[in-house]
Write a protein that binds this ligand. Sequence first.
Ligand code: TYD
Length: 408
Amino acid sequence: MSNKNCRVCKKEIDELMSFGKMPIANSFILDKKDKQFFFDLKIGFCETFFTFQVIEIPDKKKMFNENYAYLASTSSVMKNHWQELGDNSIKNYRLNKKSFVVEVGSNDGIFLENIHKKMIPHLGVDASKNVCDIAKKKGVNVLNAFFNTESADNIKKKYGLADLIVSTNTMHHIEDINSVAEGMSLLLKDDGVIITEDPSLKEMIKKNSYDQIYAEHMYIWSLASMNSLFGKYNMEIFDIENNFFHGGCSRYFIGKKDKRPISEKVRLHEKDENSLGLKNVSTFKKFSKSNHKSKTKLSELLKKLKSEGKKIVGYGAPAKSTTILNFCGIDSNIIDVIYDNSSTKIGKFTPGKSLIKIKHSDEFRFEKSQFCVLFAWNHKEEILNKEKNFTKNGGKWILPVNDIKIIE
Ligand code: TYD
């Protein structure tokens, strides 16, 4: 749906730029001739609620369905990350067999499997059936549905109020985000805690990582915009943690207003955001300009290498790669193949006009190409560590965003 108004406050939005016609980022296709859906990927900023958002959002059933390709458990580092969040929450909020934990966007059960093992009553809610089925096999209790005020009310009637609501890498996926925040407020105990974690606007602007933007990432949240959203429903952020996952995420700790003191970390983060100009549309206009520069730099570099007869492959087919490939006009004439370890992507082609074959990353060790574009740049350490032989054999990695460079 095209929307010239902010989805949170309904006021008019400032349009920033268009990335051109884009497919759904996670819609990897089986046959190159498969009919694909394209939409105009435009971004905008609301100076009233400070929300950075995608303007035209495709129908949610086109994005989150039985073919949803993102599997949270493909990275061992991520598994540990969510296990740690579970362990810390159990300790900090004294969760036990009488508590109730809800996860909005439970994916393949990567977070709740730990909660389930500790016998803590829980419910995962996810709109994509294929990931719900994987979670169920791990013993996780799941509801295949969209989370909103209606489903929140049904959950409350069936299970009672929640002590903890977790929503990681989900808040940026939901168009009717007011309904999610309101649903959470309906379902939360008075002294309960909501923990959300999403890619951070601050990091995206600092790193110029425009590849965070695609259909499914309809918002990139900041402390200021999250506080505006939850403030509407009498809640506030009382603590914050930052990490390097997904290229830089913020974890927000949210409670009902005036229940807990606001931490010093929140005050400091607020200062940082203000000094970066995250409340001003001019900051995002500059960001838009640098995205076009970045596009030219990457496509020229790859075309030059190709014209010199070099073989280029890719590593990781994250949703982020769909934005880079389609925005920069990179296809199978430039990149021969992309290696990835997700069962939902192997054997398929990257979406849109790029149509690059995806092979199992186990086969990467036989790769003799001179260059490899690291599309999963946010997993750089894990991947470079695993694939040391590529470098030993003279292969060079290319980082496709931020300071586009060849790692020697
Ligand atoms: P990720 O950055 O987690 O997600 P997003 O789709 O939200 O941008 O995606 C990383 C991709 O890289 C994913 O398709 C799995 C793949 N991958 C590998 O192939 N090997 C690895 O060792 C790791 C860590 C990821």
